[in-house]
Write a new protein. Structure first.
Length: 368
């Protein structure tokens, strides 16, 4: 029984071994990878540098000058309204009256010798109105020429009877600081009389308005303009007045002429500001004594010629110009003419100081 069992066990195994062997399926062979070609970038051509275009700056348009609607007839400065009539204040120049107040604010100043050989100052105010001006003193015959030239109202402390009558006969409008204009004047008792009378320009204009005298000026202006060609450099002028040597020294930093009297710099009594005009004119003319009726008698007053012509010097912008002064008519202002060419010599904008000297004093005036 045991061999039969073995046969049945081995028979299936022999049958299995006698079958053909199964085909062997080969695994796919992966192809050998080819080397990847290295891509060499084609160099781009170097661009030829182009010239940078030159940037032309845009021209800044030149601003048009602001048109000047109004201009001072005395100083040439621009104004927002028509210039008012000037107030011509008679200023004391006695040594006891110095230093004065308010001269730095005047547009125009005339300095004229008097009978005592002291000089009297006629200061004209148009563009500024200081509250204190003085000391104020009496009128002189020179005012007969100054007032109509500038359409001015005279401010004074009185006058000799003959001078007063001459002014009234000429139609001058007068503000007496201790008469019809008392409201605008006062005395400073820290100073001795008669060198202590002062006035206020704003208050004077109120008085003038009440009298119907305050209005725009109708005077023809002085000539103003840029520095003329020619002339020569000059740093100072010395005027040896008999009762007080006057000197103007040019200050380049401010382009003005500082005024000195008897070796002392002229400064404002209140502010200490130096008196320093932009223009200095030395005007040569003739003086004489004129007999004037005075009530039942007569009196003599010093008169002068400001109606024809004569020699002059103009100092401005550090230069001096020889000139001839002219006054074509009574209502016309003074004009400065270059003798060689006949051209008009203009003033610079700002204050002008006119020193009037006689022909005998003119040779001793020093300009250097």
């Amino acid at each position: 029984m045991k061999p039969v069992y073995l046969l049945f066990v081995l028979l299936p195994w022999c049958i299995a071994c006698s079958r053909a062997p199964a085909a062997v399926t080969s695994l796919p062979v992966s192809p050998t990878p080819r080397p990847t070609a290295t891509v060499v970038p084609t160099p781009l051509p170097t661009p030829t540098p182009q010239p940078t275009p030159t940037v032309v700056p845009t021209a800044t348009p030149t601003p048009s000058p602001t048109p000047v609607a109004y201009q001072s007839s005395l100083s040439g400065v621009a104004l927002d309204a028509p210039p008012p009539r000037p107030l011509a204040v008679q200023i004391d120049n006695h040594p006891d009256a110095r230093p004065q107040t308010g001269l730095v604010d005047a547009d125009l100043v005339y300095e004229t010798p008097t009978e005592a050989q002291l000089t009297r100052l006629t200061a004209l105010y148009q563009t500024r109105a200081p509250d204190v001006v003085g000391p104020v003193r009496s009128a002189r015959l020179v005012d007969l020429a100054i007032l109509p030239m500038h359409d001015a109202v005279l401010v004074y402390s009185g006058a000799a009877e003959g001078v007063t009558q001459a002014l009234l006969a000429a139609g001058a409008e007068l503000l007496h600081a201790e008469g019809n204009a008392t409201a605008a004047g006062w005395r400073d008792w820290s100073r001795r009389m008669p060198h202590n009378l002062y006035v206020s320009i704003p208050a004077l204009r109120e008085v003038a308005a009440g009298l119907g005298w305050e209005r725009p000026s109708v005077a023809r202006p002085l000539a103003f303009g840029p520095p003329p060609s020619g002339g020569r450099r000059a740093e100072r002028v010395v005027i040896p007045y008999a009762q007080g040597q006057v000197e103007f020294r040019y200050d380049r930093e401010i382009n003005r002429y500082r005024r000195w009297v008897d070796g002392v710099m002229h400064e404002d009594a209140r502010t200490g500001e130096p008196v320093a005009p932009a223009n200095v004119v030395v005007l040569v003319t003739e003086f004489w004594y004129r007999e004037l009726p005075a009530g039942w008698s007569s009196e003599w007053s010093l008169d002068l010629d400001l109606s024809t012509s004569g020699d002059a010097w103009l100092l401005r912008d550090g230069r001096v110009y020889r000139a001839r002064w002219e006054r074509p008519a009574q209502g016309e202002p003074l004009r400065l003419i270059e003798p060689e060419t006949g051209r008009l010599l203009p003033l610079g904008e700002g204050q002008t100081w006119i020193c009037i000297v006689g022909s005998e004093l003119a040779p001793r005036v020093v300009v250097e």
